[in-house]
Structures are given as structure tokens and as C-alpha cells.
Design a protein around this ligand. Structure first.
Ligand SMILES: [Zn+2]
Length: 128
């Protein structure tokens, strides 16, 4: 209450951005370290703005990355589910028509072998 009534009611306490000493509101240079207060404050503000911008950009990038990862995972899960469903329906379908086909093919192969054997045996006996 008793300190610095110098520049009226609207003068809020102000500190030097460089050395943190209290300076007058109207002061252009810090009486302690001699820095240009306005310039230093502008630099600080710009730096803070740049930092906030970079943080926001990084945050957006991280969010996009997380979203892409979630989408990829969702797609992979859907693909796996579709593959599983197809495999299950295939397993259920295959025995219905595959076994007769396999049996017919096996019988044909065995019959062909027997026929070839019989024909060759007949040729051998006829030749003698
Ligand atoms: Zn200073």
C-alpha cells in the first residue's frame, strides 16, 4: 500500500523480464540490468506464443496419429473377423461335397492302376 504511488492508480506492479526486479510501469529500460523491457517482453510473448503453437501442433499431430492407429486397429479387427467367419463357413461347407469327390477320384485312380496292371499282365501272358 505504501510503495510506489508514483504514476497514478492504473500503474500495476511490473517486473523486468530479464532480472525479475520491480520496475516502473513507464520505464523503457530496467534500472537494474539495463535491458530494453518492451523488447524483452515482446520477445517473451512471441516465444510463449510460438511454444503454445508448437504444443498445439504437436497435440493435433498426436491426436491424428492416435486416430489413425485406432482406425487401423478397427480395420484389422474387421478383416480378422471376416477371415474367421469365412474360414468357419468354409469348414462347415467343405465336407458336404469334398468327401464324395475325394472318394470318386481315389476310386478312379485305384481302378486305373488295377486296369493297367491287368492289361500288362494279359500282354505278358499273351506274348509268352
Ligand atoms: Zn532487469
Amino acid at each position: 500500500m505504501s510503495e510506489s504511488p508514483a504514476s497514478g492508480s492504473k500503474s500495476a506492479p511490473r517486473t523486468c523480464p530479464s532480472c525479475d526486479k520491480r520496475v516502473a510501469k513507464s520505464a523503457k529500460f530496467c534500472p537494474n540490468c539495463g535491458v530494453n523491457i518492451e523488447e524483452a517482453e515482446a520477445r517473451l510473448k512471441a516465444e510463449a506464443g510460438r511454444k503454445a503453437q508448437a504444443e498445439a501442433r504437436e497435440e493435433a499431430r498426436a491426436e491424428a496419429r492416435a486416430q489413425a492407429a485406432a482406425e487401423r486397429k478397427e480395420r484389422a479387427e474387421a478383416r480378422a473377423a471376416a477371415r474367421k467367419a469365412a474360414a468357419e463357413s468354409g469348414e462347415r461347407q467343405t465336407p458336404a461335397w469334398l468327401w464324395p469327390v475325394v472318394a470318386v477320384v481315389a476310386l478312379a485312380v485305384i481302378g486305373l492302376c488295377v486296369a493297367v496292371l491287368l492289361v500288362s499282365v494279359a500282354f505278358l501272358t499273351v506274348g509268352q
